[in-house]
Each structure stands twice: as C-alpha cells, then as structure tokens.
Design a protein around this ligand. Structure first.
Ligand SMILES: C[S@@+](CC[C@H](N)C(=O)[O-])C[C@H]1O[C@@H](n2cnc3c(N)ncnc32)[C@H](O)[C@@H]1O
Length: 258
C-alpha cells in the first residue's frame, strides 16, 4: 500500500536519515519535550510520524510508554532496530496519521520535524489533510493533555519565492505549498519523487488548532536542533506550537502573544 510520495521517499531514505544534521540534538529536544509538556513517567505518549524513533526511544529510556506511528515501513524498521540497541520497548504501528486514532488513550502527543504534519502527496487535499491529523491526535488524547507540534514556516516560503515560482508551480500561494522534485541516488536505492510541503502562518495554525479542539498555549521558532522557546525568525524553517486539549464545554481560546 502506498500512501503518498513521502512514504516512497522515506522508505528509501530511512538508512540515511540518521546522518542528517538536524537529528543530532535529540537528547536536548527530549529534555525540552519533558519540561514543556510537564511529563512524568510512566505517562503514555503518542509520537505521530515517529520516523526512526529518535524521540520515542529517548522518551522510553526515561520511563514513558510510547507509541510511534509512521507511514514508512523502512523508517519503522530502523526505529525497531534502534529501540533494540537502546534496550527499550516501544509500540510501533505502521499507519497513516490521517486515519489513526485511539480514543482518549494518550497523556500527551508530539508531532515533530514534519512528522506527518506539513507533508502531503500529489493526490492529497492540501487544505484538509493536516486538519484531519490534528483531529485524530485530539481524539487520541485525554482531556487537558499537552501536544507539541512542528509545522513548516510559510513566512519563509513567502519571503523566498517570487512570482516566477508561482507561475512554474514551485510555490502555490493558495495552499502555501512548495513543490519539489527530489531525484538522487543513494546506496539504498534511487529516489525520484515530487513532494509537496505545506507551510503555515501562525494565524492559520491558531485557527486549525482551535477547530481541532485545542487551545494554543504558546508558539515559538522551533527548527530541529534549536529548540529554545525562541522568538520566531521569519526565515526559520519550522514553527513550534504548544497546545492543550480543551475541555469539551470550554470555549476555545485563541492565543495572543504578550
Ligand atoms: C522528517 S521525518 C520526522 C521523524 C521524527 N519525527 C523526527 O523528528 O526525527 C517525517 C516522518 O513522518 C512520516 N510521515 C509522513 N507523513 C505521514 C503520515 N501521513 N502519517 C504518518 N507518518 C507520516 C514519514 O514517513 C517520516 O518518517
């Protein structure tokens, strides 16, 4: 079963993933997650788009019960191998974050470094597919649970792309998606896909979170490798949103920075 072009990409890229510079700060990132989500073991955590399991495994090492979901079997195989090496057990499920939900199962959720969110395929609905992910994560969380999300920063796209890119289809101003052809040879195979990456502005993220049933508690710049509750840099690759599952009858709050 092929979910979209990203599954194809990560199935081939899995063996190379750990060589990426942005994966080298996992310990600090997990310190950050535990601190900002106020987590104490043995809470149950959902890692949506867990990839090779770098956050899941470190969280499991610290006593949490983690479920990692991912569309790519090769990424999950790497995660399983890494968990074995680390001597921890995590639940790994091959599934699409757009269909997976387990009602009221988890105490917290993370969706980091474009883990599912922001990546879409040529036949996916670019406006709805990420909202479905947020709704599924929301259903899977217990009331008042925290959720940490990374999304691609569309302000960077807007500053980077020009009208010629709109004309060529490299950037779609309606969906704030960039389209890129990725073609290279790797020891594990040849990649030749066209991938779509959806950027977000914070006003939209704030509203999407609300529609899905979350209250946004804070927003920061949040590119992998440099999480520090820092102010957003307009040219930064990723944004970070900390949110809380709102009570059913609670009026949703829109986040306004101080
Ligand atoms: C850039 S990696 C991030 C992995 C991990 N969160 C990290 O921080 O290293 C993105 C991962 O999301 C997975 N992914 C993409 N779309 C997905 C979807 N719709 N559902 C589940 N996983 C998805 C990919 O297969 C890939 O493993």
């Amino acid at each position: 079963m092929k979910n979209n072009e990203w599954q194809e990409f990560f199935d081939i890229y899995a063996k190379e993933y750990e060589t990426e510079v942005f994966t080298k700060n996992t310990l600090n990132e997990v310190d950050f997650i535990i601190r900002e989500l106020k987590l104490n073991p043995p809470l149950k955590i959902l890692d949506a788009g867990c990839g090779i399991g770098r956050h899941s495994i470190e969280l499991a090492k610290r006593g949490f019960q983690v479920t990692g979901i991912d569309i790519s079997l090769s990424m999950l195989k790497e995660a399983e191998r890494n968990a074995g090496k680390a001597g921890v057990s995590i639940e790994l499920i091959r599934t699409d974050a757009r269909t997976f939900k387990k009602e009221l199962e988890y105490d917290a959720a993370i969706c980091l470094c474009e883990g599912a969110f922001s990546l879409h395929g040529s036949s996916d609905d670019p406006l709805m597919s990420d909202l479905v992910i947020l709704k599924n994560i929301h259903s899977s969380l217990k009331p008042k649970a925290f959720f940490l999300l990374n999304a691609l920063n569309a302000m960077r796209h807007i500053r980077h792309y020009g009208n010629a890119d709109v004309e060529s289809g490299a950037f779609n101003p309606l969906t704030l998606s960039e389209r890129s052809r990725m073609k290279y040879k790797l020891p594990s195979g040849e990649i030749d896909i066209t991938g779509y990456e959806r950027g977000y502005v914070l006003t939209e993220l704030n509203l999407l979170m609300n529609i899905a049933g979350f209250n946004v508690l804070n927003v920061w710049g949040g590119t992998a490798g440099s999480w520090n509750k820092q102010m957003i840099d307009l040219d930064e690759i990723e944004l970070m949103v900390l949110a809380e599952k709102a009570d059913i009858n609670e009026k949703r709050k829109i986040f306004f920075p101080d």
